[in-house]
Structures are given as C-alpha cells and as structure tokens.
Ligand binder design. Structure first.
Ligand code: DGY
Length: 363
C-alpha cells in the first residue's frame, strides 16, 4: 500500500534529463575498484538507486522518469556501500544478492517508497519490515520461467545421462572400448518425476519433460494446483513424492518452513536410483547431507544450480563427487530473460512511484 504522503507531483513534470556522470572510488569486498556512480540530475524527479550493473533496458526506462544512481559494477555491492547509496532515495532496484533488512530500510529513511528486485525469488528481502513501513516490493516472475525451466531440464539430462563424466572420460583418455555397462545413467522414459513446488517454473519444467515419455508427474507443496490437471500431475505428500519419484526436482520458493527440507532423512527416503535436481535456492538443501547421500549411494546423482553459500567454495566436498554437477546459479541466464527481468523490475518501480500498483507485486 502506498503511503499518501508519497503520492508525488514529479511525474507530471518530467523534464528533459540532464545527464551527468561522476566517478567515485569504492572498495568492494576483496577488490578495491573504481566504480562509476552515474547520476541524472534534475531536482524534482524521484531518486532510484540501482545496486549493480544490470541490462540497459531497465536502466533506460528508469532514466525516463527518475534520477538514477547506480553501483555500476559486476561485483555485488557491499553492505556499507548499499547503506550509503540507499540514503534518501525514493526507490531501490536490487538483486537477489542484496540482503534488504531493517538496517538497510533504516538507512534509506522515510523517503523510500518502492523496492524492486530483479528476481523471481524474494527471500533476500524482509517483507514484514517492508510491509510495516508501507513499502511495496516488486519482483520479476513469468519473464524468466522458460529460461529457468530450460536450464532445469538441461541440468537434469546432464546429470542423469552423465554427460560431464563422459566428456571428462574423452579428454582424460579413460574412454576405452565401447562397453555395455559403462556410463549408464537413468532415463526419463517411463519415469516418475516428483516436483517440489508446482509453481510457474515447476509447471514449465513438467511441460518440457512430458514429451520425454515421463509416465507420471507427482508434486507436493502447500496446496493442490488447478494447472496440474492439464498434466495429470498428482498432488502427494512430501514423503510419498520422495519414495515414488525417479527424479526429485526442487522448484519451490525458499521459505522459513522449507529451509533444509532436503536433509538426511529426506534423501534416505528416495530411491537409490533417483536423481535430485535443485534450481530453486541453495537453502532448500542440507549440503552435508546431500554429500553423504551421494557419496554412500543413497541416491544416484544430483545437479544443483543453487548452493549455500554462493559462490560455493572451491573446496566444497560436493565438488569432489563425480555424481554431482554444480552450476553457478545460471537458471535465468539468457539475454532475453535478463533484459526482460531488468525491464519488469524498472516498470514495477516506476508504477509504484506514480502511486499505481506494481505490475508484479509481492503479496
Ligand atoms: C531468481 O530470479 O530468483 C533466480 O534465482 C535468478 O534469476
């Protein structure tokens, strides 16, 4: 809900923007680097702070309406710089790597009246704190659904058919003669696929997998979904899904309730031939338990695009396993999806600054 005192006149008086750039030096984590703080200066326009270098589509849109300052780097902004950048702005354009909590909202002050995250996930934002202050939060569902579903399927096929191991074997010379039992994996034909969270992405993944000859789609979550009917997907308990599925796919949003859901107990209920895939959030999985399950053959293999922490330290035990593929959180990484995410994030912010509902607002 927009606070009335924030309904502003400035959008009615948008002037041609005068563009000025100033170069400031910031220290970002390990690397001391020069970052460019771009600023548009006209006094009456709302101020937006952008926490990273993002696709220009969104930035250009914002610049039509707002004074934009930006942490113009590919490295994540430090908390210190975020606190400095957010001070006194009307809106924040952030990413999933920015923890937006009470401290950050306090630093912004009363001027802050819109937050847009360029992501479908919003577990990095303290929603209760935003609600308390009447700050709407926008996010970017839909536009990344097919890109993320595609990556989920790619990861599943890679892991289940052992593509990475095969490529390595060719390179390191361990490819001997053709052999009936060598590099055999698990196929989708006739398989049961269990989806944790049949939301937009889970549904898109199920649709992509159907033509591979999948026999049955199961899903678990908070409630039954009407959309499941078109796929003849069956709503089951978490336990039933684990026990019956040949493929278990994490496609749900991370919540307080499902942190560490995929733990020792969960893996022990899965088939020894089952493949686990996670493209949601690393927090869904207890990684030590996943390691044990893979190492001691509780499950066949796993592929994860998301880890905790990110980046995953290079000495992580998961990386020592041949039956585990770890990707660097690239589910939505297509130019099309990222441009659309940037644009939608900007549109959400602009709508809120105009006193309108965001196009995609977290409820
Ligand atoms: C999201 O948007 O939340 C994904 O994890 C990255 O695109």
């Amino acid at each position: 809900m927009m606070r009335p005192r924030f309904l502003i006149r400035s959008f009615k008086h948008i002037q041609a923007s005068v563009f000025s750039s100033s170069y400031l030096h910031f220290k970002s984590g390990r690397i001391s680097q020069a970052c460019k703080l771009k600023a548009m200066s006209t006094s009456s326009r709302p101020k937006v702070f952008v926490t990273r270098r993002v696709p220009e589509d969104g930035i250009n849109l914002l610049k039509e309406h707002c004074e934009v300052s930006q942490w113009n780097s590919d490295d994540a902004i430090t908390r210190e710089e975020l606190i400095r950048g957010i001070k006194g702005v009307d809106a924040l354009f952030c990413l999933l790597t920015d923890k937006i909590d009470e401290g950050i909202l306090d630093a912004a002050g009363d001027s802050l009246r819109a937050i847009g995250t360029m992501s479908v996930g919003y577990d990095h934002i303290d929603l209760a704190a935003c609600r308390k202050r009447g700050i709407p939060v926008g996010y970017t569902p839909d536009v990344l659904t097919s890109a993320t579903a595609e990556l989920t399927v790619a990861l599943l096929l890679n892991v289940s058919r052992r593509l990475g191991e095969g490529v390595e074997a060719v390179k390191d010379g361990s490819w001997g003669t053709w052999s009936p039992l060598w590099m055999c994996g698990q196929g989708l034909d006739g398989a049961t696929v269990g989806i944790l969270g049949l939301g937009r992405i889970g549904l898109a993944v199920a649709q992509c997998l159907k033509p591979f000859g999948v026999a049955k789609i199961l899903y678990s979550g908070n409630s039954e979904k009407d959309e499941a009917k078109q796929l003849q997907a069956e709503f089951v308990t978490f336990d039933e899904l684990l026990k019956k599925s040949d493929f278990v796919l994490g496609c749900c949003a991370l919540t307080k309730e499902n942190i560490g859901l995929m733990n020792k107990e969960a893996f022990s209920k899965m088939k020894k031939t089952a493949v686990f895939i996670n493209t949601s959030r690393g927090g869904l999985v207890n990684q030590d338990d996943l390691y044990e399950a893979l190492k001691y053959g509780e499950i066949f293999a796993a592929g994860v695009d998301v880890t905790s922490p990110e980046p995953l330290p290079t000495d992580s035990s998961l990386l020592s396993l041949s039956n585990c593929v770890v990707l660097p959180h690239i589910g939505s990484a297509t130019m099309k999806a990222r441009n659309a995410m940037s644009e939608l994030c900007a549109r959400n912010i602009i709508a809120a600054l105009k006193g309108n509902p965001m196009l995609k607002q977290v409820q």
